[in-house]
Design a protein around this ligand. Structure first.
Ligand code: C2O
Ligand code: CU
Length: 575
């Protein structure tokens, strides 16, 4: 509810003035309902010059942006016109307080939306900040269904920084193979890995080297793949909302010759710090301030490079264009920005640690925890299939979404035994190839005591190949968490908590666990519902790298019928 604006019984002249004033003031004060009508469908597009079937929303990928004000209600009527494929959309970073059924996580909070159906998502955006949306049905995100959500603060609550212009930029990596081909390879006994992405996209545009050029399949003169242009006016300050929705790659973003000041991370204000380039992991969002303070007679590159894995994908490029130079005029630089060394883990760790809560917006964590769960991240094989596991359990979705199963007491539809915690942790050697490759597949979940404080320790390990450890960006639905610390090597449950940052930890919804390292998080289990927590690398989640938390499900209101219609839900009525 917003502030109510009323005009008392004024004389007519004043009354007109007052009504007029209310027209101007009311829309910015009252919480508004913003309704979007979207249609998802497959179309041929060439985001990196290579023609591919991709999923668009209202003809676009990235889809339309949601621009809202804190406290608004968002309604998205989503029509599934994919003809032969289900869909679901997750609102990444929106906590869905009171509306857990609108989280859009197929298998956890809803049944998939069938072809031809229209499903309505309705939720409040309760915090200002930079968020995302994307498909959350199998590996569908890879097909291009994604976009940005920008929530501005309530009138009157100023932000701790100023700028002249605001721009949202989503970074992505891009494969030419379809999500089907990729998923099939991952779920075969003859494991087939798609490899590194063909190109990198900045706001949906990239450039694949089409040689030999084939006008039908790969055409470098196609305007769809002309580089994204960010036009700036000399002397002005730009807030760039940089978000990553990569399938696999961790990225480093930089603008040639310009510094950036980090001011926001995942919807939380950061104690400002200056960087030359930004490491960003899939599922993260940052706001950086950039002042157009360089020689305005030329253009500059904005570039993204792959980090954490040996890059085999060319640098992604956009043009940082100083007005009035021609937006297509290429920067005079002979080489494009190469980014930091891809394997410099210390550099990335240092930048992760530099992200602290802004001193005026510091919502401190509870000083102690009620429960600590260590999540040992391992790569495994199960019955000849390559999998990822947490504490030796590789996750798979049941056919009946958890939220429905728990509310309707359908206890037979998923594994009821609680997952083991801290499997083999004390003796586990995180630096060597796992001796025991075997893990188990399970659909079991973690049930958290409502309102309790929970610590999660993400522990990275060596993969099944020698001397390899991937970086995993973990994303939590339904909450923001405090990032209490990052460490190298194996977490010590007795010593390491003594060095937690309890003074000014940043709150986030996505956080990396670095190579051979650990990351410690704390959150309050205070949002009734069922929430996924998983690695945001699309293939890793597909291969079981995730868990599900339940908290206060008995407090969840009546579920809408529209989320039902799959698995073992008896007596549902499709509206
Ligand atoms: Cu952005 Cu469960 O994901
Ligand atoms: Cu991962």
């Amino acid at each position: 509810m917003g502030v109510h604006f009323e005009c008392p019984k004024f004389p007519i002249g004043l009354l007109v003035l007052c009504l007029f004033a209310s027209l101007i003031i009311a829309p910015s004060v009252e919480a508004r309902i913003r309704t979007y009508n979207w249609e998802a469908k497959y179309e041929y597009k060439s985001p990196d010059c290579y023609k591919k079937l991709i999923i668009t929303i209202n003809g676009k990928s990235p889809g339309p942006s949601i621009l809202a004000r804190q406290g608004d209600t968002i309604i998205v009527n989503l029509k599934n016109s994919l003809l032969m494929e289900n869909v679901a959309i997750h609102w990444h970073g929106i906590r869905q307080i009171g509306t857990p059924w609108s989280d859009g996580t197929e298998g956890v909070t809803q049944c998939p939306i069938l072809p031809g159906e229209t499903f309505t998502y309705k939720f409040d955006v309760d915090r200002p900040g930079t968020y995302l949306y994307h498909a959350h049905y199998s590996m569908q995100r890879d097909a291009g269904l994604y976009g940005s959500i920008r929530v501005s603060p309530n009138n009157g609550s100023a932000e701790p920084f100023t700028y002249d212009y605001d721009r949202s930029i989503i970074l992505n990596d891009w494969y030419h193979k379809s999500a089907y081909e990729q998923a099939t390879g991952l779920s075969s006994q003859n494991f087939e890995w798609v490899g590194e992405p063909e190109s990198l996209l900045i706001q949906g545009k990239g450039r694949f080297n089409c040689s030999p050029s084939n006008a039908d399949v790969c055409n470098s003169t196609n305007p769809e793949c002309s580089p994204y242009v960010l036009t700036v006016v000399s002397g002005k300050t730009y807030r760039l909302r940089i978000a990553s929705l990569t399938s696999l790659s961790a990225l480093n973003f930089e603008i040639e010759g310009h510094n950036m000041t980090v001011v926001e991370a995942d919807g939380h204000y950061v104690e400002p710090f200056v960087i030359k380039n930004l490491n960003i992991y899939s599922g993260e969002t940052y706001s950086v301030l950039v002042r157009a303070d360089q020689d305005p007679s030329r253009n500059y590159w904005a570039a993204i490079n792959v980090i954490t894995r040996k890059p085999e994908t060319p640098t992604g490029l956009a043009i940082f264009n100083y007005y009035p130079n021609h937006p297509r005029k290429l920067p005079p630089t002979t080489s494009v920005p190469a980014g930091p060394l891809w394997n410099d883990t210390d550099y990335r760790l240092e930048q992760s640690r530099a992200i602290k809560a802004h001193h005026d917006y510091n919502d401190r964590p509870p000083p102690t925890t009620d429960r600590m769960i260590i999540f040992l991240n391992t790569q495994n094989t199960i019955d000849g299939y390559r999998r990822w596991s947490v504490n030796n359990v590789s996750f798979f979705f049941p056919h009946t979404p958890y939220l429905i199963a728990l509310k309707e007491n359908l206890t037979h539809v998923f594994d009821q035994t609680p997952p083991p915690t801290g499997y083999n942790f004390t003796n586990y050697d995180i630096y060597s190839v796992p001796e025991n490759h075997n893990a188990t597949n399970s659909s079991s979940i973690y049930r958290l005591q409502f309102n309790s404080t929970v610590d999660i320790i993400l522990q990275n390990t060596n993969m099944m190949n020698r001397d390899s450890s991937d970086t995993h960006p973990w994303h939590l639905h339904g909450h923001d968490f405090w990032v209490l610390g990052y460490g190298k090597g194996k977490f010590d449950p007795f010593k390491d908590p003594k060095n937690y940052n309890l003074v000014d930890p940043i709150m986030k919804n996505t956080v990396p666990v670095h190579r051979y390292g650990w990351t410690a998080l704390r959150f309050k289990a205070d949002n009734p519902g069922v929430w996924a927590f998983h690695c945001h690398i699309e293939s890793h989640f597909h291969m079981g790298m995730g868990v599900v938390f339940e908290e206060g499900v008995e407090k969840v209101g009546e579920l809408p019928q529209s989320i039902m219609g799959c698995g073992e839900i008896k007596g549902f009525h499709r509206p």
